[in-house]
Every structure is written in structure tokens, then in C-alpha cells.
Design a protein around this ligand. Structure first.
Ligand code: GDP
Length: 221
């Protein structure tokens, strides 16, 4: 698989608010998560090279859904709802927590998680909650320290090193599954590094097939 420009020209395919609405063709899937305002939409738009694609997820009625985009290679990009919105009603939050934890833990085609965190305050309690759920699956995470352009280069080095140390402190050996990097959508920093990391996850899986074609599932996918 060409690792470069992995998600370029991805297109919206579907939206899911519950398990039975998830795509069923078995194509490998990469999930994108982050707090509201973490820069997730900007990061996705930079990776797909389309200025407004991820804002689909802002469409009323779709903000509490997983929105799926398919790249020409067949790979699916799953845009998880931004978390941390206090005003979401408790019943919706409960439904979400159940769907999201099940998605992160049981979703067979999911090859890895890209976690967007504002470089000025990484590893908030909710970010750690996501990692608590996901890391036990043994699948890899790429943490993007977003809006890095707002920091000086000394601050960038500090936050990069600090986040890596904090992850080891919290998760011990499991932190080895988490790649940490600087990212800026506006300055286009870290795009190639993110694509390389995600490409490696996909390279470790069976080659993708053309969109919508059914194929047998393989163990460990
Ligand atoms: P989302 O809510 O996580 O999808 O975040 P958005 O992508 O909508 O970004 C939230 C805010 O951060 C917006 O005002 C963006 O313009 C800003 N932002 C996003 N990425 C960057 C970046 O790389 N650099 C800077 N300086 N601002 C950014």
C-alpha cells in the first residue's frame, strides 16, 4: 500500500449512532478521537486534503455519531465525536459511553487510534480515559500534539518529551504502543509523520480491497 497521502480524496460514506449501523465490509479502519476543540477536524481535513470534509461531523444530528470516510485505497477513517462537551444530556452521554467503549474494544476492523490533543494541555482526564479503554486491546495509538505552531520550539520539545514520560509513568510498558508527535494543521507540520505511523499499522494488515466488496475476515483484523 502506498503510505504517502493515505487519506487523500477520502469521501463521506456513512454515519453510525449504534453498533448495527457500523460499516460491514471489513475494510481496515483508523479511528480519530479528541476533545472538542482539540483540532481534530482540522487534522482530518489536512490529512484528507479537503478543506471541509470533517465538518460533516458538525452537521446537526451527526455530532454524536461516528462518521466514516473512505479513502480511494478502501481504508476507512472513523471520526469519533469530540468529547468534553458538558452540555450533552446525561442519557446521551451514557449511550455514548457504552457505544464508544464497545467500539474501541470490540470493533474488529479497527487497526489503531489517532488521538488529537492540544499541545498546550495534553493528556487530560478524558484523553487518559480513552487510552484506558483502548490500550488493553494491544492496538497502537498515534497521539498528535496539535496546534504546535502556538508553541516556541523549546516548548514543543518540552511537551513532546513531557508527554512521552507521562505516558510511561501512567501506562508502563503499554506506553510503547503510543507514538507521540507534534502536529500543526495550519503550518502542515507532522502530516508525513502521522501518515507513516498509520501506514505502518495498515501495512501490518491484509492489503485492502476495493470499496464495498465483501471479503473473508482474518483473525486479528
Ligand atoms: P475540533 O473541535 O477538535 O474538530 O477542532 P477544530 O479543528 O475545529 O479546531 C478548533 C480550533 O482550533 C479552531 O479555531 C481552529 O482554527 C484551531 N486550530 C485547529 N488546528 C490548528 C492549528 O494547527 N494551529 C492553530 N493555530 N490553530 C488550529
Amino acid at each position: 500500500m502506498a503510505l504517502k497521502h493515505l487519506f487523500h480524496h477520502a469521501e463521506f460514506v456513512t454515519t453510525a449512532a449504534e453498533w448495527r449501523q457500523l460499516p460491514t465490509d471489513g475494510a481496515p479502519e483508523v479511528a480519530f478521537a479528541g476533545r472538542s476543540n482539540s483540532g481534530k477536524s482540522s487534522a482530518i481535513n489536512a490529512l484528507v486534503q479537503q478543506t471541509r470534509l470533517a465538518y460533516v461531523s458538525r452537521t446537526p444530528g451527526r455530532t454524536q455519531h461516528i462518521n466514516f470516510f473512505r479513502a480511494p485505497s478502501g481504508v476507512l477513517l472513523a471520526d469519533l465525536p469530540g468529547y468534553g462537551y458538558a452540555e450533552v444530556p446525561a442519557s446521551v452521554r451514557r449511550h455514548w459511553k457504552m457505544f464508544l467503549t464497545r467500539y474501541l474494544v470490540e470493533r474488529t476492523p479497527l487497526v489503531g487510534l489517532v488521538l488529537m490533543m492540544d499541545a498546550r494541555h495534553p493528556l487530560t482526564a478524558l484523553d487518559r480515559q480513552m487510552l484506558d479503554w483502548f490500550l488493553p486491546t494491544g492496538r497502537p495509538v498515534q497521539a498528535l500534539l496539535t496546534k504546535a505552531d502556538k508553541l516556541t520550539s523549546a516548548e514543543q520539545r518540552q511537551v513532546l518529551e513531557g508527554s512521552r514520560l507521562a505516558l510511561v509513568e501512567i501506562y508502563g510498558a503499554s506506553a510503547g504502543a503510543v507514538g507521540v508527535q507534534l502536529f500543526s494543521a495550519t503550518r502542515r507540520v507532522g502530516l508525513a509523520e502521522a501518515e507513516r505511523a498509520i501506514g505502518a499499522w495498515l501495512g501490518a494488515h491484509a492489503p485492502t480491497v476495493p470499496a464495498k466488496k465483501e471479503r473473508p475476515r482474518h483473525q486479528g483484523e
